[in-house]
Design a protein around this ligand. Structure first.
Ligand code: SF4
Length: 293
C-alpha cells in the first residue's frame, strides 16, 4: 500500500513565523506567555508547552505585569495593546502580516462607511480570535455573519462594506456576497447600490482548496489531520470529503481505525494550515504499522 503525505499541507507562513519567534525566545528565557493557543493544534501546543510556553487567556493577560507575552498569528484588537502598555508587558507580536493588512483595511473602511451611515460586515466565526481582532478595528460595531442564516442582521437599505475572515471558504463567501447584493437591490429597488465586497481570504488558504482536491482524488483513502478547534481545518476537511468520501478526520495517530484501510491501495495524508508536518509523519508511520502488523 502506498502512503503519501501532501507536500502542500502543513503550517502557513503566519504560523511558522509565530512558532519560530516563540522557540527563539524560549531558547533564551525558558518561559514565555502566549495569549491564546499559539496554533489550533493541541499536539503542537503541548510540544511548545514542554519547552516553557504558557498559554494564557485574556483575563490572565489583564493581570500580568512586567513580562513578555507573545501575540499569535490571528492578530489582536487595539484593547490588547492598550493593556500591554498599561501593565508594562513587552509584546512579541507574531500577528500575521496578512491579518494586519486586513485589520487596517477594515479600520479604514469603517471610518468611511460610518460617515455615510453604512455598515461593515465581516463573514466569519463569532468569537474566533481573528474575528475579535477585526471587530476591534470598528469599536465593536461590525456585523458578524457566520452564514446565510445571519444575513437578516444587515440593513439592506444602507451601504455595505463586506470583508471575510482569512480562513473562510471562497465559494461560500461568493454565495454570501451574491445574496447580499440581491437583497440590497430588492430592498432599494435599484441596481445602483453602495456595496463594496473585499475578498480577504488568505491565498495560503484559498490556493490549498484546488491543490487538496487534486491530492485527494489520487488516493483510495485520505486521512485529514487537524486540531478539532481549527476552523481552517474544518473547512479544508469538508473540501476533501466532498471530493473523496473516503476521507477521515483525525487529530492524532491514536484515532486511526484499521478498518478504514481495508482494500485501500493508496492512502493520502494531508492537513490544515495549523497542522505540523511532524504530526502528519507520525500519522503516516502509524498507518504503515497498523496495516502491516
Ligand atoms: S492562514 Fe494566512 S492569514 Fe492566517 S496566519 Fe496563515 S498566512 Fe496568515
Amino acid at each position: 500500500m502506498k502512503i503519501e503525505i501532501d507536500n502542500n499541507s502543513g503550517f502557513c507562513f503566519g504560523v511558522v513565523n509565530a512558532i519560530q519567534l516563540a522557540e527563539k525566545e524560549l531558547k533564551k528565557n525558558h518561559i514565555l506567555y502566549c495569549l491564546g493557543d499559539i496554533v489550533h493544534n493541541s499536539a503542537e501546543v503541548d510540544r511548545l508547552k514542554s519547552k516553557g510556553l504558557i498559554t494564557i487567556n485574556l483575563e490572565q493577560f489583564k493581570n500580568l505585569k512586567n513580562c513578555k507575552v507573545l501575540l499569535r498569528a490571528h492578530g489582536e484588537p487595539p484593547e490588547t495593546y492598550e493593556i500591554a502598555k498599561k501593565n508594562n508587558i513587552q509584546l512579541i507580536d507574531a500577528s500575521c502580516p496578512v491579518v494586519l493588512k486586513l485589520q487596517n483595511n477594515i479600520k479604514q473602511g469603517f471610518d468611511v462607511f460610518l460617515k455615510k451611515g453604512g455598515q461593515v460586515v465581516i463573514y466569519g466565526k463569532e468569537g474566533h480570535a481573528e474575528v475579535n481582532g477585526l471587530v476591534g478595528q470598528t469599536k465593536g460595531k461590525a456585523i458578524i455573519i457566520g452564514g446565510m442564516e445571519d444575513l437578516d442582521k444587515i440593513d439592506f437599505s444602507k451601504p455595505v462594506n463586506l470583508f471575510s475572515q482569512t480562513t473562510k471558504n471562497i465559494e461560500d463567501f461568493n454565495k454570501i456576497q451574491k445574496e447580499i447584493k440581491k437583497r440590497m437591490i430588492a430592498t432599494q429597488g435599484t441596481k445602483e447600490i453602495d456595496f463594496i465586497t473585499n475578498d480577504t481570504i488568505c491565498k495560503q488558504v484559498s490556493h490549498r482548496q484546488p491543490q487538496l482536491r487534486e491530492f485527494v482524488k489520487n488516493h483510495d483513502v485520505v486521512i485529514f489531520v487537524s486540531g478539532k478547534k481549527s476552523s481552517n481545518g474544518r473547512m479544508l476537511f469538508q473540501v476533501c470529503q466532498a471530493e473523496n468520501p473516503n476521507t477521515f478526520f483525525v487529530s492524532e495517530q491514536s484515532e486511526l481505525k484499521k478498518a478504514w484501510f481495508n482494500k485501500a491501495k493508496s492512502v493520502g495524508v494531508c492537513g490544515a494550515t495549523s497542522t505540523p508536518r511532524w504530526l502528519m509523519e507520525n500519522v503516516a508511520s502509524e498507518i504503515k504499522k497498523i496495516t502491516n502488523p
